[in-house]
Design a protein around this ligand. Structure first.
Ligand code: NAP
Length: 248
């Protein structure tokens, strides 16, 4: 049995990319994993099957976590099915990149709602049940764009910086209840979200990354699993940058 064998975990947006890798890693370490998805049921079911093949429990759950109803139903599913929730990873996210002059207000709203509002909604629902158990681990997947800012991403950078402020505020609020709240801030990681970046931008980025490569989904999953573990019991309100040295 892994170190997480008694743990019940939710990973939002776990059908693809970084969330998928986090769900697989938590499952590998023995956690029971609720694989949240919105639009990709087949991909989510594949993640569930892979976790189950490793000998731990998992279930897929469809919910649009940017809505209050979706977030509440997701947390309720964990508590109704498994009796508690120990770990919440707020990973679901999206982009609508453009320079500010060209960016539509709806692109701002969509990104804030999907990335930041979902984090607030899911955490609010999760904290209620975690407080009763006096145990919880919340890990928010922010971004280096929220730390440094990124041209063409005023909406996304604002949402990810918002997640960092949220992480620190909630960490202070719930520390006395045995709940830690931390963030990971990945640099550039090849997923569906980043696969269409022009080659010249990719090459330029590589020159600026001291470790000389993009991150992998597993680089982020390892950092997230650490913050979700009992080994990180004395760490809260922290932003763990996983960026190959880009932002230092
Ligand atoms: P991705 O490959 O596009 O995957 C996004 C995931 O989010 C999918 O599983 C998608 O599920 C889910 N999702 C989107 N909207 C949702 C909603 N309303 N409700 C529930 N699930 C939703 O993106 P990624 O690169 O893995 O990014 C994951 C997180 O890492 C994001 O928060 C992103 O901002 C952050 N991040 C990524 C990078 C990078 O370089 N890739 C860097 C820093 C931070 P469905 O397909 O089922 O809708």
């Amino acid at each position: 049995m892994g170190a997480f064998s008694e743990r019940i975990a939710i990973v939002t947006g776990a059908s693809r990319g970084i969330g998928r890798a986090i769900a697989l890693e938590l499952g590998k370490r023995g956690a029971t994993v609720i694989v949240n998805y919105n639009a990709s049921p087949d991909a989510a079911n594949e993640v569930v099957q892979m976790i189950q093949a490793g000998g731990t429990q998992a279930m897929a759950f469809k919910a649009d976590v940017s809505t209050e109803e979706g977030a509440n139903e997701l947390i309720k599913a964990a508590v109704d099915t498994y009796g508690k929730l120990d770990i919440l990873v707020n990973n679901a996210g999206t982009t609508r990149d453009n320079v500010i002059m060209m960016m539509k207000a709806e692109d701002f709203d969509t990104v804030i709602q999907t990335n930041l509002r979902s984090t607030w909604l899911c955490s609010k629902a999760a904290v209620r049940t975690m407080m009763r158990k006096r145990y919880g681990r919340i890990v928010n997947v922010s971004s280096i764009s929220g730390v440094m800012g990124n041209a063409g991403q005023t909406n996304y950078s604002a949402s990810k910086a918002g997640m960092i402020g949220f992480t620190k505020a909630l960490a202070r609020e719930v520390a006395s209840r045995g709940i830690t709240v931390n963030a990971v801030a990945p640099g550039f990681v090849l997923t569906d979200l980043t696969k269409d970046l022009p080659a010249e931008i990719t090459e330029q980025l590589n020159k600026n990354i001291p470790l000389g490569r993009w991150g992998t989904v597993d680089d982020v999953a390892q950092a997230t699993a650490f913050l979700a573990s009992d080994d990180a019991a004395y760490i809260t309100g922290h932003v763990l940058v996983v960026d190959g040295g880009l932002a230092m």
